[in-house]
Design a protein around this ligand. Structure first.
Ligand code: SF4
Ligand code: SF4
Length: 129
C-alpha cells in the first residue's frame, strides 16, 4: 500500500462515524424473536412436566409440591440450555417464553446458572428435599 493512499484512508476514517457500538453504554433494541433466558408463567402451569420431558438438553426440572394446590417449582439449568425453544413449543398452556430482554447471561459463578422459579415457600420446600 502506498503511503499517500494509507494516509488518505486514515484521514477519511478520522471523520467517519464509528461502525462499532459503544456497548454496554449504548444498546440497540433487541429483536422481538431473540431467545434469551426462559420465562415461566406459574399461574397457567399445570405441572404436566412436558417441557422438562421434551428438553433435549435436560435443562429443566419440574418439581410438583402439591398438584391440587397448583404448587410447582421450575428449576432451569441455564448453562445446559441450547435456547432451542422446544419447551416453549411443547407447553400446551402457553406458559413458557424466551425473553428478548433478559439475554445478558454471563456470570462469574456456576450457581448463577441454576435458576429456580416459583413461590418462595415452594422453592424452600423443593430445595429442602
Ligand atoms: S430452550 Fe431448549 S434447551 Fe433450553 S430449556 Fe427449553 S427445551 Fe431445554
Ligand atoms: S409444559 Fe407448560 S404446563 Fe406443563 S409443566 Fe411445563 S410449563 Fe407447566
Amino acid at each position: 500500500m502506498k503511503t499517500t493512499s494509507m494516509f488518505s484512508d486514515v484521514l477519511s476514517s478520522t471523520f467517519l462515524k464509528p461502525s462499532t457500538q459503544n456497548y454496554p453504554a449504548q444498546q440497540y433494541r433487541t429483536p422481538e424473536r431473540l431467545r434469551g433466558a426462559l420465562e415461566w408463567n406459574a399461574e397457567k402451569c399445570t405441572g404436566c412436566g412436558l417441557c422438562a420431558m421434551d428438553c433435549p438438553a435436560q435443562a429443566l426440572e419440574m418439581i410438583v409440591i402439591d398438584r391440587k394446590a397448583k404448587r410447582f417449582v421450575l428449576r432451569y439449568y441455564l448453562d445446559r440450555c441450547t435456547f432451542c425453544a422446544q419447551c416453549v413449543f411443547s407447553c400446551r398452556q402457553d406458559c413458557l417464553d424466551m425473553s428478548n430482554v433478559n439475554w445478558e447471561l454471563a456470570a462469574l459463578d456456576h450457581d448463577s446458572y441454576c435458576l429456580v422459579y416459583g413461590d418462595e415457600d415452594d422453592i424452600r420446600a423443593a430445595l429442602a428435599e
